[in-house]
Design a protein around this ligand. Sequence first.
Ligand SMILES: [Zn+2]
Length: 267
Amino acid sequence: MTIRSNHRAATSILVASLTLLTACASSPLERRQVVLYSEAEMAARGAAAYSQMREETSASEDARATRYVQCVADHVVEALPEAQRNIYLWEVTLFASEQVNAFALPGGKIGVYEGLLDVAINQHQLAAVMAHEVGHVLANHSNERASQSALRNVGFGVAQILGASDTTLRALDVGTQLGVFLPFNRTQESEADLIGLTLMARAGFEPDESISLWENMAANSGERTPALLSTHPSPSARMDELRARMPAAELELDAAQARGAHPDCIR
Ligand SMILES: [Zn+2]
């Protein structure tokens, strides 16, 4: 390729990426987002990843714990606005693994690991984790993350076509490793915390238990570091944010209880 055609190719890729950049949306907290994929595509990706995980990790054989986790999930999903409740076939699996972790994938696929039940010690704390993970789904965070990584690849391709040196290319790649595109950034985490806090209260779970949950997580980080902590910001920072939102969440809880929402999931 000549230099000129290199530039032409690079320009057309840039134009394409700028066109993609216009695919903006807003998170439930009114933050502007770049999301490139359709809801249906993300749901299909989530469902595929979920079935793969279920092939790789067995489901718990503890029927009582499985019922308990299903009960909490049912209450959390029930508290979703109708459109979000009905858009997916929400499912939850309790995995037989000592990991202290949980996730929710686009398409409404929730996973909880048995190890989490030792740290999230009651239904309110388990609801806090689940509602946080569901918060990531509601705010389209996986779409945003996948879109950022696609755009990064476009940028990388442009640099290559323009004949950037290997050193520059390595620097670009290191930049992404240094946290520009880490899974779920800080902003996304605090969005998921706040959406989750409201959601758990709407379901009738006690929102202040979310603070106790992060205290338990922090207390556990010595012996068996919860996997959840390795991908999430420090518990103390998020506890401050949660405390600031607690009065509003308590009002949500009062309203939920007035509607008769009194979850009673027993392990
Ligand atoms: Zn998170």
